[in-house]
Design a protein around this ligand. Sequence first.
Ligand code: GUN
Ligand code: FE
Length: 505
Amino acid sequence: STTDGRIRGFDWQAQSEDAFRELMRRQGWVDVDAFEIWKQVNGQDGHQATKVKIVTACDERNEFFFPGFIDTHIHAPQYPNAGLFGSSTLLDWLKTYTFPVEAGFGAKSESASETTTSPSDAPLSALRIYDQVIARTLSHGTTCASYFATIHIPATNALAKLCHLRGQRAFIGRVCMDNPDFCPSYYRDSNAEDSVQATQSTIEYIHTLDPKGTLVKPIVTPRFAPTCSWSALQDLGKLAAGYNPPLHIQTHISENTNEVALVKKLFPEAGSYAAVYDTHNLLTPRTILAHAVHLSAEERALVRRRNAKISHCPASNSALGSGICPVRVLLDEGLTVGLGTDVSGGYSPSILEAARQACLASRLLGHKTGFESGCCSVLNGYKADAVVDGWEKLSVEESLFLATRGGAAVVDMADSIGGFDLGMLWDAQLIRLGGVPDLGGSPLDRDISSVLGDKSSLVKSGPVGNVDLFGSEMWEEKIHKWVWSGDDRNVQAVWVGGRLVHSRE
Ligand code: GUN
Ligand code: FE
């Protein structure tokens, strides 16, 4: 890594691997081994193979570098509600849990004028929560996140500022919601014009904070169709297109069947949920669509034609009972997919958890044949034979691809993050695996010593950690163990653009 934070002097795809080994060895890595994780997307023939190449150190530390995780969909102000959703589903969850917590991010005092843009005018509680969610996601290895904030300008700007200070790569979206028929009176934009103007104000703040968008960028954020008037959607589409390059856009789509029915009722002339966004120029190559659980084949084809991207949020989809996203279908059809935690529809700020849940959801999906309606309507008529037995499950490697390179493509940064290719940014995490600490004090150990006698010194505790290894695992198996039972205790250090932003030491 050099001062510009890019990977230099080591071509991960060519001969100079030896030079890297030598460098690592000098830094105390006993035996350095480059390890490639191959994954395949697009199913059967002609699928494209992509590799996530990592470096392992084959001594007792059991450590390896991995590309930083990319959370393509997370609501920063909802972090206090992570794990709190009862048995609600999307639309009642929004009203009961979500709008109330987001409303608390408003200006800290009556006297603060409505046009204030300064982060210092955000309530202290908002600053605390935002700082906490950034620190927490970094500690889980998330080096880049696409955040929904709230409707409030000072708090949204504060989120951008805090990401910049802590060094997390981020997209920051002021949430737009002006439909009085859906949004509560205590938490909404007064009209479409205000919604767009307030958004513009946060865009200007972020562009001043980080003029080149090196770390933090604005993202236009109509919350979802039911919260937005026709003219707000229209003007937000225009707003994004008016910048050079055009701004990123994020929203939700087709998460829950009641929501889909509501959109049909609110926008009868549009034809489909995806068409509502398309009509307003909100389906672009820089658009992130969260969930996409219940899209029709026509809608998926439209999303693909527009080259809009999908954020798969499996933990949230299960927690809120929204349904199972047919992620294999999306990949087979050539859509670009990344992972999102969707805190606090999702209960965990960890993308490793999202990867695990993506694997589990894909394994359950094959069981849905014959009882599709409401669970996964997409399976109606799709590969009916394959579903029964040979339904292609998402592999651990594929889930890690979605967490890194997939997410990078979703945020339109596939050339610079998500892998360790020459010239890419050093957005990385150092993972350490290992077993329980200090086995020496255990009564069982004393028993073992009495049995082994002289050989007892050979019984050594392994490195401290929370993924037990037994010495016989191949690196592929260690990676599998990490995905299925690892967590933030395994994340020793995290870098963004070459800067150390988290360390457990
Ligand atoms: N749809 C509209 N708003 C939200 C939100 O905050 N979370 C989720 N999961 N879905 C939404
Ligand atoms: Fe969401």
